[in-house]
Design a protein around this ligand. Structure first.
Ligand code: ZN
Length: 123
């Protein structure tokens, strides 16, 4: 699999959801679906398989933030339990939706940058 190095840093193009090779075309069509290929440079995105990676990072980050905030709010203000439920459910959903797309973009860009792919047995 011959791939050229990306033009811009993979984390930046990934966060912006841009093509990891040219940094101009879009990586996504819709919210999380990866396009078949880049509309600018024609890079085939078939290699892009981030699997459960984005979900893992989003769960970890959101879990730490929400649990930390919930503990701080409980010990500082001691609000009723229903308010905890409403606030942290809404924040968990909002943060997850905000983070999952950039997270997937970064993982796909890093996969391209490091030429990461499934192992194959050479014949
Ligand atoms: Zn491109």
């Amino acid at each position: 699999m011959a791939q050229e190095q990306s033009a811009s840093p993979p984390v930046i193009t990934g966060l912006k959801g841009l093509c990891p090779r040219c940094g101009k075309g879009h990586l996504f069509q819709g919210f999380l679906k990866v396009r078949p290929k880049c509309e600018v440079c024609g890079l085939d995105f078939a290699f892009a398989d981030s699997g459960d990676g984005p979900a893992f990072f989003v769960m970890s980050i959101v879990g730490i933030v929400v649990v930390g905030l919930a503990l701080w709010v409980e010990f500082t203000f001691a609000p009723p339990i229903w308010l905890h439920f409403v606030m942290w459910t809404a924040l968990s959903i909002a943060l997850s939706l905000a983070l999952v797309r950039p997270s997937k973009g970064v993982l796909v860009a890093l996969q391209y940058h490091h030429k990461a792919a499934e192992g194959r047995i050479q014949k």
